[in-house]
Design a protein around this ligand. Structure first.
Ligand code: ZN
Length: 285
């Protein structure tokens, strides 16, 4: 199920090397292989679903953007209005539902969706997070997308380019970028209650904490409180994100979710020149 609010989760919260996520990604690579996908032009979610014998039907869904139905051995993905508002959203919704199908997740009854019975895409583990990991690998395979993530400086400009190139929603691209780049990068999803979850590159050492309040010095604070997205990244104290005892500065560029007031994604980057100064002073005796 892709909830209206759930365009973004990719390997949420856990490091992207969690076992369930690895399995989801491995299965996505098998699907790509079977569908004969070898370059970007083949990456059309609808075509891949058809190659997998899954039908796509546009429908009037309430409470979810898309939904997987299995009937008499045949799987169908229902696409609601939300999933049809752009090619990117359509791609993401189809890939996510195909993930539920391929990963053999139990179907959520449509009647449960309005009651919130489906699991939201910002879950940190479980079927929704796994379907998102599958979808990210399916639409932005590491073999094709990784080199697009080897850029410096890191800002939302780079993740937006990735989003345009692979036709996925901007948040999805930002999270995938953080997974694939060799730069020290984290992508953090926030709401008024604080950090909801995050993912990071292998080189991003500091550990972020889920539940941490959004610091007023951050760009994300302005996104969450005013819905403002800045054109340029900022230099912010590392302590704003990584804890009061962490010295140094990091680069932050945050994106407000236009569809959901109070929700934001912060892209954090520790460039080489700043890395030596970012350290936890509580550990220095
Ligand atoms: Zn789902």
């Amino acid at each position: 199920v892709v909830k209206k609010s759930a365009q973004a989760a990719v390997g949420a919260g856990e490091r992207p090397d969690g076992e369930a996520f690895q399995e989801a990604k491995r299965k996505a690579r098998v699907v790509l292989h079977v569908a004969g996908v070898t370059d970007r032009e083949h990456l059309v979610a609808e075509r891949i679903a058809h190659a997998h014998n899954v039908a796509i039907v546009e429908s009037e869904l309430r409470g979810a953007t898309a939904h997987l139905v299995r009937r008499a051995g045949r799987a169908t993905i229902l696409l609601g209005h939300e999933a049809r508002r752009s090619v990117a959203h359509r791609n993401w919704a189809i890939a996510h539902e195909l993930g539920h199908h391929v990963l053999n997740h139990p179907s959520v009854a449509i009647a449960d969706l309005d009651r919130g019975g489906g699991q939201g895409g910002s879950d940190r583990s479980g079927p929704e997070a796994e379907a998102n990991a599958f979808a990210a690998e399916l639409l932005m395979p590491a073999t094709l997308a990784r080199r697009r993530c080897e850029v410096s400086p890191v800002s939302l400009d780079a993740t937006h380019r990735l989003a345009r190139e692979f036709e996925v929603p901007p948040w999805v691209a930002a999270l995938r970028f953080a997974e694939l780049t060799s730069e020290r990068v984290a992508a953090v999803v926030c709401d008024p209650l604080g950090v909801r979850w995050w993912t990071a590159s292998a080189t991003f050492r500091p550990w972020l904490r889920v539940g941490r309040a959004i610091d007023r010095r951050s760009q994300a604070w302005q996104c969450v409180t005013a819905g403002a997205t800045h054109a340029q990244p900022w230099l912010v104290p590392a302590a704003a994100w990584l804890g009061a005892t962490v010295a140094g500065s990091i680069v932050e560029h945050a994106l407000a979710d236009p569809a959901r007031m109070g929700h934001a994604l912060a892209l954090l980057w520790i460039p080489e020149v700043l890395a030596k100064r970012v350290r936890d002073t509580s550990r220095i005796k």
